[in-house]
Design a protein around this ligand. Structure first.
Ligand SMILES: *Cc1c(COP(=O)(O)O)cnc(C)c1O
Length: 478
């Protein structure tokens, strides 16, 4: 029976459709002289388009002869080509309100850092050349003094990211020996960075002490033996233990370690040079305070609260940093010239302490008042309310932004968002269209509304955002 069906009427329609698909060369003839793109890319898009149609016909999708006409296929081709020619790696407008958003590139860099990047990126530089002696230099020396001056540390080293920093320090100082950590600090940061796993990879032996919620000095004391290499403190970053809890203050750890001539390392996660508590955030020790407390080695990220490029910063006593610098693994974890350029620019901004809340974008966003954000939200509202009136209801609402980057997990920052409630189409369609737009816009859906937290939208992005929203509604309507 089925054989009869295939060779019957339905089968011949299918064959007619297949025959109606233009050949690649025929299609190329149609568009000759109309597109500006490398021929190889044009060809691959044409092949992909025609193959899609062929597969759709074979799968009995509802396709008619008219769907294969030049007038229908050409616009689809143009759309596909535009998409293929656009860079895969591109900017997004962050309407999530998460300031240090790991998936969206963490910290946007300030102008001065971008200028440095452009300069050293497009020309030769003294990356590893000492201009005074004319001899080979060290890339690390370009930022070491700045880091030491800013933090009070004796010495410094910078590697690819903080995960690399932790790995490198543990491998250098504790491979084959024991590292004592509180059970309350064995965190998973995300992206498969887990303290116990990193420690295993470094060759260090993890010795857990205390309980999840409480660890006492006597717990560390009891774990110390001849094979102990160091005491480690890890910032719990993305979670909080509340209730009946107790952590050993870092000063006490330093004192205890000193009695046994052992070093103390602290993985700070989001190291911050300034106290953010005046903006309503919890008081966290600054990097300078941690260094001053006598911790021997401190590590933190360059692109979290510091607001710079991705990097892992290692500060500490010279005798340890010197050893870490000489570790051959260091070569595999080293930073490139772009990171160095961005980092040096950021560090220089910190010397002008009065202005960091305007010069460093991450700090500017964290410190913005609800009123400032409200004004930006209203600017967007004024641009879109009337033009979009037939598609959606636009309001400005209260929301809470997040610091992100695993820092201060429980803390919300009072903020304002533009809320769009579509009257045509669905909110999920709107979200999808904005996400896929050539200038992607990322927000979140809450109570059937699309929310754009204006804390993480730059002033310079408001006009662009208004245009994106207009385009998206035209598309979402279809
Ligand atoms: C974020 C974080 C890391 C990892 O830092 P990256 O710079 O992302 O590699 C390590 N430890 C802690 C405590 C963190 O918060």
């Amino acid at each position: 029976m089925s054989d009869v069906k295939k060779t019957g009427k339905a089968g011949s329609v299918k064959n007619d459709l297949l025959r109606a698909i233009p050949k690649v060369d025929e299609f190329l003839g149609w568009i000759e002289g109309t597109v500006e793109a490398p021929l190889s890319m044009v060809k691959s898009v044409v092949r992909e388009l025609l193959e899609e149609r062929r597969q759709a016909i074979l799968a009995d999708k509802p396709i008619r002869l008219a769907d294969l006409a030049r007038g229908v296929l050409e616009p689809v081709f143009e759309q596909k080509l535009t998409r293929k020619m656009a860079p895969n790696f591109r900017t997004v407008i962050n309407g999530t309100g998460v300031v240090v958003h790991t998936n969206l590139g963490r910290s946007p860099l300030p102008e001065s850092a971008m200028e440095m990047l452009l300069q050293v990126g497009s020309r030769y530089s003294n990356l590893e050349f000492d201009l005074e002696t004319g001899k080979r230099g060290s890339r690390y020396s370009l930022v070491e003094d700045l880091l030491c001056e800013l933090t009070g540390a004796e010495a410094a080293l910078v590697v690819n990211n903080n995960a690399a920093a932790v790995l490198l320090v543990l491998e250098t100082m504790a491979a084959g020996r024991e590292v004592v950590v509180s059970r309350g600090q064995l965190v998973e940061i995300g992206g498969s960075f887990r303290i116990p796993d990193v420690m295993e990879k470094s060759g260090a032996i993890l010795v857990e002490v205390g309980a999840t919620n409480r660890t006492h000095p006597r717990d560390y004391q009891a774990a110390i033996n001849d094979n102990t290499a160091m005491l480690l403190k890890v910032h719990t970053s993305n979670f909080k233990v509340i209730g009946f809890t107790s952590e050993v203050p870092v000063e006490d750890l330093v004192k205890l370690a000193g009695e046994h001539s052992l070093p103390v390392m602290e993985d700070l996660g989001s190291g911050c040079f300034v106290d953010l508590s005046r903006f309503g955030l919890a008081k966290e020790p600054t990097v300078q305070e941690v260094v001053a407390s006598g911790v021997d080695v401190v590590t933190f990220s360059g692109d979290k609260l510091l607001g710079g490029p991705q990097a892992g910063i290692i500060l500490g006593k010279r005798r340890y940093i010197d050893k870490i610098k000489k570790n051959p693994i260091n070569r595999a974890l080293r930073i490139d010239k772009f990171t160095l350029a961005g980092l040096e620019a950021i560090l220089r901004l910190y010397f002008d302490e009065e202005n960091i809340f305007s010069t460093i974008p991450t700090l500017a966003m964290l410190s913005q008042s609800r009123e400032t954000i409200d004004r930006r939200a209203k600017r967007l509202l004024r641009r879109i309310q009337k033009p979009l009136a037939e598609y959606c209801r636009v309001t400005v609402v209260d929301v809470e932004s997040r610091v992100g980057g695993g820092a201060l997990p429980e803390q919300g920052l009072a903020s304002r968002a533009v809320a769009l409630a579509p009257v045509v189409g669905t909110v999920s369609k709107l979200e999808k269209v904005l996400r896929g737009a050539s200038q992607a816009v990322i927000g979140r859906i809450e109570d059937d509304r699309f929310l754009l937290d204006m804390r993480t939208v730059a002033d310079g992005e408001v006009a662009d955002l208004a245009r994106c929203l207009g385009d998206a509604f035209l598309e979402a309507k279809e």
